[in-house]
Design a protein around this ligand. Structure first.
Ligand SMILES: [Zn+2]
Length: 164
C-alpha cells in the first residue's frame, strides 16, 4: 500500500511540540502518550529489523510500530476489518445512530473509574433503547444494538463522553 503524502505523524512531528506548548495544562497524559507513540511509530526510535535477500542482497529496513490503538497506521487495518465484520452482520432493516452522553458533572468520576462508569453507561443505554423500542407506542419491537465508546470529547480533550 503506497504511503499517503501526508500522515498524522508528519503533522505531529512538524507541529506537535509547538501545539503541546500552546496547550500545556489542557492536554491529558493519555493524549501526550498517544502523540508520542504516533510520532515515533515506524521510526528508528522504536527500533526495527533489517531483511536482506540471500540472492540479490537487496536490503529492506522495517521499523517497529507503536501498536497504539489510536495510531492510524497501526490500527487502520484493524478498524477496517472491524467495520467489515460489523457490516457483514447488518440485516436488511433500518438502522439508527443514537448517542448517549455522560453529563459533564460525572466526567471527573468517570476519568478515575472508567470500568465502572462505562459499564453503567453501556447498561443504561442498552436498557433504555431496548425498553423504548419494545413499547408499542414507539416501535413495538425487540431490537439489537451495537455500542461503541467514544472516549475523547469534541470540546474537551480528557472528558470521556459518549457511546453510540
Ligand atoms: Zn503506530
Amino acid at each position: 500500500m503506497p504511503r499517503p503524502s501526508l500522515e498524522v505523524a508528519d503533522v505531529f512531528r512538524a507541529h506537535g511540540a509547538e501545539w503541546r506548548r500552546a496547550n500545556a495544562g489542557h492536554i491529558g497524559l493519555g493524549q501526550l502518550k498517544v502523540m508520542s507513540a504516533i510520532e515515533s511509530c515506524r521510526t528508528a526510535s522504536l527500533g526495527g529489523h533489517v531483511a536482506r535477500c540471500q540472492d540479490c542482497a537487496h536490503t529492506l529496513i522495517a521499523y517497529n510500530s507503536c501498536r497504539n490503538r489510536h495510531c492510524p497506521k497501526c490500527q487502520g487495518a484493524a478498524a477496517k476489518q472491524w467495520l467489515a465484520e460489523r457490516q457483514a452482520e447488518l440485516l436488511p432493516v433500518p438502522y439508527y445512530h443514537v448517542v448517549f452522553t455522560l453529563p459533564a458533572q460525572i466526567a471527573d468520576i468517570a476519568y478515575q473509574n472508567k470500568a465502572v462508569i462505562y459499564a453503567i453507561l453501556f447498561k443504561a443505554a442498552a436498557e433504555t433503547l431496548i425498553r423504548i423500542a419494545a413499547d408499542p407506542k414507539h416501535l413495538g419491537a425487540h431490537i439489537a444494538l451495537t455500542a461503541v465508546l467514544h472516549t475523547w470529547a469534541r470540546r474537551s480533550p480528557i472528558i470521556p463522553t459518549s457511546i453510540s
